[in-house]
Ligand binder design. Structure first.
Ligand SMILES: C[S@@+](CC[C@H](N)C(=O)[O-])C[C@H]1O[C@@H](n2cnc3c(N)ncnc32)[C@H](O)[C@@H]1O
Length: 282
């Protein structure tokens, strides 16, 4: 079995990326996959390759980091979550918009932007139905610079929009007629992207209405998950919403610090000042 600590040290030295937050089981699985793909006999030989240093080691460490990042996403991934947002979250955020406050969201680990654009489209459609014109700002961040470049370009294969409701697809995306679709101007002017590591970005962001961090925590060790969730909560204003992936949840220390708005869809709220937490709200 590979010595994960030695592997972490080698990857950090070669790439500058700290893979210590990842569960050892996830790291071992990815190393096995990389061994198969690269024709390396096994984990011991893999570690030797990295520890030998030089270009081959750097290239392989980069590949391992990319494999750990799992840049898989799609528009309106887990559509039931977006239905739950429409029902349980957008009305509260629209109340703020009616009161003249801008609505600010952060999509952390946004991959190629699909989730950030989906949140914006879903909220704007709800606002339009209600006759509101909110000042909406969505920031998508990801540690993968290539993913952020793709997010800014905003072009996607048409099938990646398969889960998008038909009316939203027509309203906010332009079909290019060649099997691809491009994000339309209403979303582009409200959604911005930046390269960012979620571990660094958390401390700088404050007073947000919603933070979505989906399908990233699942790869991290439990204490890392807890610390990260506490950091994400710090980025929210009191009464702001946290959305995790459907295979993730608020456990341990942060559990007491949230209201459980829709625990099945992993929607939580940071209590308004003075409110009780750790309870279900619906
Ligand atoms: C499985 S995708 C999830 C994308 C999207 N949130 C979703 O649920 O469809 C995980 C993303 O997390 C990004 N990622 C991994 N480690 C990160 C980190 N430390 N900070 C920010 N993003 C990270 C990866 O580059 C990848 O795009």
């Amino acid at each position: 079995m590979i010595d994960v600590r030695r592997l972490q040290a080698a990857v950090l030295a070669l790439t500058g990326r700290d893979v210590a937050p990842y569960k050892p089981s996830v790291v071992r699985r990815r190393v096995r996959v990389r061994c198969r793909e690269a024709g390396i006999p096994g984990p011991d030989a893999y570690l030797e390759l990295l520890e030998a240093g030089g270009d081959p080691a750097r290239d392989e460490a980069d590949r391992l980091v990319r494999a750990l990042s799992v840049p898989v996403s799609s528009f309106f991934r887990d559509p039931e979550v977006f239905r739950a947002l429409e029902h349980a979250v957008w009305p509260a955020l629209l109340d703020r918009a009616w009161a003249g406050a801008p609505v600010r969201m952060w999509c952390a680990a946004c991959s190629r932007g699909q989730e950030a654009y989906s949140l914006a489209a879903s909220f704007l459609a709800a606002a339009e139905r209600a006759g509101a014109r909110p000042a909406l700002r969505v920031l998508g961040t990801d540690v993968d610079a290539g993913a952020i470049e793709a997010a800014r370009a905003g072009g996607y294969p048409r099938e990646s929009l398969a889960c998008a409701p038909e009316r939203l697809r027509r309203r906010y995306f332009e079909d290019r007629g060649d099997g691809s679709a491009v994000v339309g101007p209403e979303l582009r002017e409200r959604v911005r992207f930046a390269v960012g590591d979620v571990f660094d970005g958390v401390a700088r962001t404050r007073d947000l209405d919603l933070v979505a961090c989906r399908n990233l925590l699942i790869y991290f060790r439990r204490p890392v998950q807890e610390a990260l969730i506490l950091g994400l909560l710090d980025a929210l204003r009191p009464g702001g919403y946290l959305v995790l992936g459907v295979s993730e949840s608020v456990l341990g220390r942060p559990w007491e610090r949230v209201e459980h708005v829709d625990p099945e869809r992993r929607i939580y709220r940071k209590p308004a000042r003075g409110a009780r937490s750790g309870s279900r709200t619906d």
